[in-house]
Design a protein around this ligand. Structure first.
Ligand code: UD1
Ligand code: MG
Length: 447
């Protein structure tokens, strides 16, 4: 039992009309990655010799996404067999097996495809299909078995007789076939069917009739679910989130309310991370060991080093890097900023395009004024600095090591190390002002 060399052909040229979208269907994100990206990830996990994606002619965005993998252009969408034929130049002389995957199967797994390959090799089959038993067989192709339980063919729902419609074993979509044995049969597929399309599924009957060995591997229902409309997109997102949460918890993350934590496909969480309720991760986040993220945080493109505490209600935007043991508190927004080890920004701050050293303290309401209306400017704050509450640091500006900025200051000039800078109107106390005011105005007081 040996597995042959593999090529993966991913069909993604369908129009996806039921999405009612300007974006090609396969580019809609699930857990922050286009659906097609998920399919490509599982294809890559099989370490194939090549991956080719079939796209429509006006799908530049998909082509860009697919690079550096090859694309084949299907000029008009005339069915799944026609889509496979679009890759004739790249594949007709391929000596190994070809796995055809559907580009909208966001929840396909490496394990399911490995099972497909295992069954294929075990049976020394020429063509092996994926089978599953959905709760509602509705629009799926029904698998026809002969009296020895060999796959005779697939009948599409639109062409099935009432008896065939009663079959519960359905075609999951993924198909694996030996290129030298089966590719020549592709040309024999015709479009004499209800949809006038060239069905890839007809290949199975052609192979069976030619005396080739056919087989099927059982897939679980989740792995074959396609995304055809926004309702199915939401369902795929929910299932993907469930997978990601389970993987995180199994890897040593505590989640107080897993169902309210949203992860991205690439979120990396360390050991003993604790996540409170209602946290959203965008893509590109790395969270170190023993980090505690309290509830209601929104985090994307951020790195949080070990031992830090974030939130509740914090927003970390792209380019944020927190050193070890930092404290980021409520209603703090950080963007494109480095925060050194042990520094604290605990309340109501906006820190953008800044570099803060270690063990510095940024007071409540302190902000960096990073945008002058034309360009973003940087704020540099040293180690052990203290920025008083409600200070406005007008960038570009540098605050030295150990420097202090008085509360309420508007800082426009650099502050040298160990210096106190106060930049606000000096307080004036006028004695008895209240009493005089009362006397002067008492005749004119309105009721
Ligand atoms: C297909 C199968 C059906 C199976 C089901 C599983 C066929 C004929 N039928 O039906 O047996 O139960 O999937 O989900 O294959 N595509 C192209 N070019 C085309 C047409 C489609 O690239 O001309 C792509 C689509 O982008 C999609 C995939 O092929 O990713 C499947 O096409 P779709 O129309 O969704 O097939 P189903 O009707 O769902
Ligand atoms: Mg489909």
């Amino acid at each position: 039992m040996t597995e042959s060399a593999l090529a993966c052909l991913i069909l993604a040229a369908g129009r996806g009309t039921r999405m009612h979208s300007d974006l090609p269907k396969v580019m809609h994100p699930v857990a922050g990655l286009p659906i097609l990206g998920h399919v490509m990830k599982v294809a890559q996990a099989l370490v194939p010799e090549k991956i080719i994606v079939v796209v429509g002619p006006a799908m530049e965005q998909v082509q860009t996404f697919v690079a550096p993998h090859a694309v084949a252009i299907q000029k008009t969408q005339r069915g799944t067999a026609d889509a496979v034929r679009a890759a004739t130049d790249q594949l007709q002389n391929f000596a190994g097996d070809i796995a055809v995957l559907y580009g909208d199967a966001a929840l396909m797994t490496k394990e399911a495809l490995q099972e497909l390959r295992r069954v294929h090799a075990e049976n020394a089959a020429a063509i092996t299909i994926s089978a599953f038993t959905p709760d509602d067989a509705a629009g799926y192709g029904r698998i026809l078995l002969d009296d020895r339980s060999r796959v005779m063919g697939i009948i599409e729902a639109a062409d099935a007789t009432p008896q065939q419609k009663a079959i519960t074993l359905c075609n999951g979509g993924a198909i694996l076939f030996s290129a030298p044995k089966v590719w020549p049969l592709l040309d024999k597929i015709e479009n004499h069917n209800a949809k006038h399309e060239f069905y890839l599924t007809d290949l199975v009957e052609l192979a069976y009739r030619a005396g080739l060995t056919t087989a099927y591997a059982m897939f679980d229902n989740e792995a074959v679910q396609g995304v055809n409309d926004r309702v199915e997109l939401a369902a795929a997102e929910a299932l993907m989130q469930r997978r990601l949460r389970l993987a995180a918890m199994r890897g040593g993350v505590t989640m107080q309310d897993p169902d309210s934590v949203f992860l991205a496909h690439d979120t990396l969480l360390g050991r003993d991370v604790t996540l409170g309720p209602n946290i959203v991760f965008g893509t590109g986040c790395v969270v170190g060991d023993h980090v505690h993220i309290r509830g209601f945080c929104h985090i994307e493109g951020a790195e949080i080093a070990a031992g830090s505490i974030v939130g509740p209600f914090a927003r970390l935007r792209a380019g944020t890097k927190l050193g070890t043991n930092t404290h980021i508190g409520n209603f703090v927004e950080l963007k494109n900023s480095l925060v050194g080890a042990g520094s604290k920004i605990n309340h109501l701050s906006y820190i953008g395009d800044a570099e803060i050293g270690s063990t510095s303290n940024i007071g409540a309401g302190a902000i960096t004024c990073n945008y002058d209306g034309f360009r973003k400017q940087r704020t540099i704050i040293g180690n052990n600095a203290f920025i008083g509450s409600n200070a406005a640091l007008v960038a570009p500006v540098t605050i030295g090591n150990g420097a202090f900025v008085g509360a309420g200051s508007v800082i426009t000039n650099n502050v040298p190390a160990d210096t106190l800078a106060v930049a606000r109107g000096r307080q004036v106390n006028l004695e008895n002002w209240g009493g005089r005011q009362k006397n002067n105005k008492k005749d004119t007081k309105s009721s």
